[in-house]
Design a protein around this ligand. Structure first.
Ligand SMILES: [Ca+2]
Ligand SMILES: [Ca+2]
Length: 270
């Protein structure tokens, strides 16, 4: 009896482990962009339709003076990035890498490997001052990205879009590797003082290996809106009008035939 109980418990543990492995949910989602965001640093309404990745993990200096989140959208051609950041010290003094900036880490195919080996594995460091920097992965990504930033008081917004390096990924249900971190230069010496990250750093170097990245699932689908024009409406009515004409013609023929029969009958009576 004890042996059966042990076997049953072992089975339960194995099945639980398998189900967790097979059905592990993505860490976040990116919605299909039925309206394309304008890349101008101003938050479009469509951004409210997709999830937020809040950076709650605090790095150096306990994430002093900085908070932020990103959101992602996608369509057949692009992946879109929105970063909304609060930084109490937007000094603009340090325009180099690792100053006030947003680090986006992407693996379009979720390479799940050491390093950033594919063209579709890239990193973007974007600053609110309009500059970008390369660290790892596809170097051309910093030249290919289109982005705009807008500073308002102690906050800034960055909107960016990047053409898919692997367009086969651009479909509902695909899972990409992704993380975002925010860097803060506090004293204006062009060096990072504090930082925060969406995914926790728990011994997994997301800045070095795609296998360490969180997962984002592409969700939603293209909504096709069929517009009915005046010409289309007129064309839709036309067959009904033709049928009506036919009915009138039939009635007229029947009436004429009936009149003929009456005339014949009248002639016969004479
Ligand atoms: Ca915009
Ligand atoms: Ca700063």
């Amino acid at each position: 009896m004890k042996r059966i109980l042990t076997l049953a418990l072992t089975l339960v543990v194995i099945l639980t482990a398998v189900s967790v492995t097979v059905f592990a949910a993505a860490d976040s989602t990116a919605e299909y962009a039925n309206t394309k965001p304008k890349i101008d640093g101003v938050i479009d309404d469509v951004w409210a339709t997709t999830a937020k990745q809040e950076s709650t993990f605090k790095g150096d200096k306990d994430g002093e003076g900085i908070s932020g989140y990103t959101s992602l959208l996608w369509d057949e051609e692009y992946i879109y990035y929105l970063a909304v950041v609060k930084d109490a010290t937007l000094l603009q003094a340090g325009k180099g890498a690792s100053t006030d900036s947003v680090d986006l880490w992407i693996s379009e195919t979720y390479s799940d490997s050491e390093g950033y080996p594919k063209d579709s594995d890239y990193h973007l460091c974007l600053t609110p001052y309009g500059t970008s920097h390369y660290y790892i992965g596809n170097k051309s990504s910093t030249e290919a990205v289109q982005f705009e930033s807008k500073i308002t008081g102690d906050s800034y917004v960055i909107e960016a879009r990047m053409k898919w390096y692997d367009p086969s990924v651009a479909k509902t249900g695909s899972v990409i590797g992704y993380n975002v971190s925010f860097n803060n230069d506090i004293d204006g010496d062009a060096k990072r003082d504090s930082w925060i990250s969406w995914q926790p750093y728990d011994g997994r170097p997301y800045w070095a290996d795609t296998k360490a990245l969180n997962k984002v699932e592409l969700v939603g689908e293209k909504v096709i809106v069929v517009e009915t024009t005046a010409a289309a409406k007129a064309a839709a009515k036309a067959p009904a009008a033709a049928a009506q004409t036919f009915d009138f013609t039939s009635i007229a023929l029947i009436a004429m035939a009936a009149a003929g029969i009456s005339l014949t009958a009248a002639k016969k009576r004479r």
